[in-house]
Design a protein around this ligand. Sequence first.
Ligand code: TIU
Length: 225
Amino acid sequence: MSELIEISATPFPYPFAPGKTALVVIDMQRDFVEPGGFGASLGNDVSLLHSAIGPIAALLAAWRAHGWPIVHTREAHLADLSDCPPAKRLRGAPSLRIGDPGAMGRLLIRGEPGTSIIPALAPQRDELVIDKPGKGMFWATGLHRMLQALEVTHLVFTGVTTEVCVQTSMREANDRGYTCLLVEDGTESYFPAFKAATLAMIVAQGAIIGWHTPSATLLAAIDSA
Ligand code: TIU
């Protein structure tokens, strides 16, 4: 493996592996970030997520400059909903459910306008784009094998929402042996208290799930290495 870079992080320095670390951008799709999508249908203020866009764009630029692997995910189901169990579709009391027609097409359905990644963070041709039917990025996606083929051992997480799809994906990654860092300002939640709780719980007990650090700290360490 290439030499590790020590990144200042909570709860202690993160061992960054240049070239072996994929940047993961979770579900930065119109359905969660723009008005009229799934996130809004659940009664959420989508503007709470917008502050993560700039830091994620900066991280994407750095990863692209180095030619390091990048993974984008979308929460998106098959049109016939055969991959959306009732236990997921029937949760809560939203104004619209998964698969219902909304302002940006059918909610959380593959290929609909709402499931596309926002233009500011649009994937480039050589980047992995994963449609996931669950909250975690490994469930029913084949992503683990793709990352193994790229010899990825470390994952840097960004995206939305912190305590739902980002945290689930990071926990799945930890169970699969990846060394994981969450970027503090590159992730957001509709519930600031839940974001804070997630940051606290992943690093507790000696980084039981992983580390977190601000994007500026990570970018500065990469630049000076
Ligand atoms: N509702 C909510 O906070 N999140 C989701 O439903 N999906 C993701 O986090 N992507």
